[in-house]
Design a protein. Structure first.
Lengths: 433, 433
């Protein structure tokens, strides 16, 4: 599939936030082969047969968003149990329902999440779930790019299985890769953590985990190990080859120092952190210390939507509130977090910018909608007033999965909705028994 | 124009949050004449000639959102000056540009805001601006419902002008009404405030104003008057016939007691309050004290989008964070704030619910999109994962202004965008001079 986009504004993100006007992007199969102005394109020998030529009507092409923390199959839990304390939510609602999910359910529910990702311009996810086989298959079948991360803890999966998945998914389909990881310090024994650290050493590989999401998590680790989660995990060698943490709200100066020294990434999840009353991460501090920050939506049970526009506004808005400074965390930095930094954390530096040779993971933003007008500043418009309504097109690996409200993911959305609702009826039946 | 909606789910909001399935809504001119099930509709004699019959395909009809605090013409300032301290933003950017706006500019810029309102399901605004003539005309010409509020301060307008506008707009076009008000305590002399209180007494009318938005505003009032803004204004008789305040972040127990005693409404503006680092209003406390809370977006310079979905999530999310309690401020309460409570504050109790005899201000929410699936709970889906992308149709006063991405407001959106961008170029030219 070869596609030519023309008559575009282009935010390549390879050159600060400069924007090319009257631009073109050429895609051959899954790869970008040209990005430049109309006049530059005229100097090229074009021997390509275009399958599709798209007039962008002066709308904006930019790299897709990288949603750097997700639990895709939890779509079935959306709006099932909101407005309740975190413990009650997790133990009485989330865990019992998840225990009933089959591999087929997980596959179907992941597809529902993919519909939402592509309709919001998300071209890659960093997904943690207990069944990477089903999630991986759903992403391959729909065309979604997915970096899976190990979710072992004391109750599910084994280090051997994590290694098996690591080897399989890093040598299988180009849409899927696999990063070492575990659920969290408070759910995972030292013995397992040491085995994960061994795997990190063996493969010289980064490790990701939920980290310092709540105050009580940090306090319990201090009580058990006399160290914060970050210091404790670091002492076991978990972070010797990089990686990072999801959430990272309650971090000491020493923790931040470890992140700096080991070149770790903070993945922030502001909507989830509000909804579950976890807190606000110190993003401004991370930026001052040159620590890389990426952004994730977290799962649909704790957010409840999978929308990077909402997250971007929250990253800057909450930082401004937290620091009592309306100039804290410039929106342009946030746009980089949602694209470039996510790509770095996920090992997708081959799909981070719009440049010759990069994978064609891109979106078209409709500037001809009232929330994007007037055009004082396109990038600030995206972060402050952008909306998934503005996403006109989402392309992953050279394939268009979403365009003008229509989905091209290999299954009809109505089928996917129907299966999710049947599952919801089953849960209701189970809870009445 | 007579319209029949059928095959609908209906959230009337006149009966808690119960939902009618297989429902119909009939509109004759600007009024709802029937709401009920298919079978109930069959018992009615239908002698109406329908101009339009709309198959809702099982999507949801509900009352439109009431955006209870706006400054519509400030669309020209969107993304012009973000990420800077409030004082610098206001004095070096907002005020100098606003001083150059003509009545025609204000008219055109209001139309841009109207496009955004209707595309996001907002059917009425509570708008404060210095030129109510131009704003009112733009709303009449587009079909937008607008409750204007007086914006007098020491630098603009006079009490006589406020009274003239009050009399004019409450007896002119049914789309427009006018509520007494002034900009803020810190910009308005006691002499003017006393004249506004006299008008309130003369017309037994409520008064609204910006109130306790920042800590420094409260501190300066305490220094000058030895009272908080709320207590000081109340001592002048401003609130003797009701009304309320926009923002209301820094409120003492005594202030809250005054709100309770005088039956005043808090209009909260969470996105603006984050972006300008103003703070988080104590919504949970207001609810416990039975104080009515409505929701507004504030103007596009301080938000920057005019999107009640984002505001709704923030009201509940920020309350949960503030109270350190994931069960604080139930999403269903927030949905009432964004509709019923806004209507009450704005004097629009004739346009608040979907019931026979009410004005036809309604929206259709697309449930067949991934962020609204599965349907565990429709109202929580709206607040937690709803998006303006889900707004399929917006009807105001019986007229469809937005449907499936198309606008019917009497002028082409591209014209309106063009004028806003010409203005932006003029600002750039002025700032270079």
């Amino acid at each position: 599939m070869n596609t030519r986009f023309y008559n575009a504004m282009i935010l390549t993100m390879s050159d600060g936030l400069n924007i090319i006007k009257d631009g073109q992007v050429w895609i051959e199969n899954q790869t970008i082969i040209f990005v430049g102005t109309d006049s530059e394109s005229k100097n090229l020998m074009n021997s390509i047969d275009w399958d599709k030529e798209i007039d962008c009507e002066n709308n904006l092409l930019m790299p897709g968003f990288k949603d750097a923390h997700t639990h895709s199959p939890m779509t079935c839990l959306r709006s099932l149990a909101d407005d309740m304390p975190l413990d009650e939510w997790l133990h009485n609602q989330v865990f019992p329902i998840e225990a009933t999910l089959t591999a087929q359910n997980i596959y179907d529910l992941t597809k529902l999440a993919v519909l939402e990702y592509v309709s919001g311009g998300i071209t890659a996810i960093f997904d943690m779930y207990i069944n990477p086989e089903a999630v991986g298959k759903a992403c391959i079948d729909t065309g979604m790019r997915c970096v899976q991360v190990g979710s072992i803890n004391d109750f599910t999966l084994t280090p051997d299985y994590i290694e098996k998945m690591y080897l399989k998914w890093n040598n299988d389909n180009p849409l899927i890769s696999y990063v070492l990881g575990f659920h969290a310090e408070y759910t995972t024994s030292e013995s397992i953590l040491k085995q994960i650290a061994q795997l990190a050493k063996k493969y010289k590989a980064p490790v990701f985990t939920h980290l310092s999401e709540t105050k009580s998590e940090v306090e319990s680790c201090l009580k058990r190990n006399n160290m914060t989660p970050t210091a404790y995990l670091d002492s076991l060698g978990i972070f010797d080859y990089g990686g990072g943490g999801y959430h990272c709200i309650y971090m000491t100066d020493e923790d931040i120092e470890i992140f700096k020294r080991k070149n770790l990434t903070v993945v922030t999840n502001p909507a989830s952190n509000l909804k579950l009353a976890s807190g606000i991460a110190p993003i401004s501090t991370y930026l001052k210390k040159d620590i890389l920050v990426a952004i994730g939506t977290d799962g649909p049970a704790s957010n409840n939507c999978l929308d990077m526009f909402r997250e971007m506004f929250l990253v800057t808005g909450l930082a401004k509130y937290r620091e009592n400074d309306a100039s804290a965390v410039d929106a342009n930095e946030v746009l980089k977090m949602a694209t470039l930094n996510g790509a770095y954390a996920m090992g997708l530096t081959n799909a981070d910018t719009l440049e010759k040779g990069k994978l064609a993971d891109l979106i078209m933003i409709d500037l001809n909608q009232p929330n994007m007008q007037p055009i004082n500043n396109i990038t600030k418009n995206i972060v402050y007033s952008g909306n998934k309504q503005n996403v006109k097109l989402t392309m992953i690996n050279g394939k268009i999965l979403y365009e003008n409200g229509n989905f091209y993911i290999g299954e009809e959305p109505q089928n996917i909705y129907k299966k999710a609702n049947e599952l919801v009826e089953k849960f209701a039946f189970l809870s009445k028994k």
